[in-house]
Design a protein around this ligand. Structure first.
Ligand SMILES: CC(C)(COP(=O)(O)OP(=O)(O)OC[C@H]1O[C@@H](n2cnc3c(N)ncnc32)[C@H](O)[C@@H]1OP(=O)(O)O)[C@@H](O)C(=O)NCCC(=O)NCCS
Length: 174
């Protein structure tokens, strides 16, 4: 069963809790979404609140995928630039699929839905994101049409002595 994607859903307590559970489960399974395992829901809440604040200011749109049981199973946040010379592209943040659903093509569906969503926004011509090196994520994004356009060596310190590249990926929207 494919996921059902919604752009800009109403933020209910159930959605908020579903997002925190997803983010915690993904992080604790080794996912590269801003944190390193072990992480608790309460560690994530301030970051989610930042996304919500940007949503209320109209700078960010949440794309959420629900599974057939109605559980939050995937997310991405589309964030417009505030810089006046960079309003023709947006950032994609917090791309994740729940560990129990990974490897079924849902990640690719999520990024296709994100590209469709970006195309509906006035004047948006490209999607940019960064990912942590060393996990093969570049290959995932490449399979979704993204190209590596930059790499900052060792910019992400996941642990003392374990620095990873910050890889910049770009999808021009044709
Ligand atoms: C990365 C992620 C979103 C991919 O979602 P998914 O549903 O597992 O991916 P899909 O099943 O759609 O896979 C699509 C393609 O990418 C490949 N792929 C998926 N995850 C990969 C990974 N971590 N490394 C290398 N390739 C990967 C798949 O093999 C598949 O390629 P194929 O068609 O040649 O077989 C998901 O694994 C995830 O949430 N990971 C943890 C969070 C994370 O690290 N997010 C990235 C933030 S930058």
């Amino acid at each position: 069963m494919p996921l059902t994607f919604t752009l800009g859903p109403a933020v209910t307590p159930a959605l908020r809790d579903g997002l925190l559970d997803l983010w915690a489960d993904v992080s604790n399974a080794g996912g590269a979404v801003g944190f390193v395992s072990p992480v608790a829901r309460e560690d994530l809440r301030p970051e989610l609140v930042k996304h919500f604040a940007a949503m209320s200011e109209g700078r960010t749109r949440l794309l959420v995928g629900h599974d057939e049981e109605g559980q939050v199973a995937a997310t991405a946040f589309l964030t417009l630039n505030t810089h006046r010379l960079m309003t023709h592209w947006l950032w994609l943040y917090t791309v994740m699929v729940h560990p129990r659903h990974q490897g079924k093509g849902y990640g690719r569906d999520l990024l296709a839905a994100a590209a469709d969503a970006a195309r509906t926004l006035d004047g948006i011509e490209a999607i940019r994101l960064t990912c942590r090196g060393g996990l093969g994520l570049e290959r995932f994004y490449a399979s979704c049409g993204y190209k590596e356009v930059g790499r900052v060596p060792g910019a992400i310190r996941v642990a003392p002595g374990d620095d990873r590249d910050d890889v910049i990926m770009l999808l021009p929207l044709g």
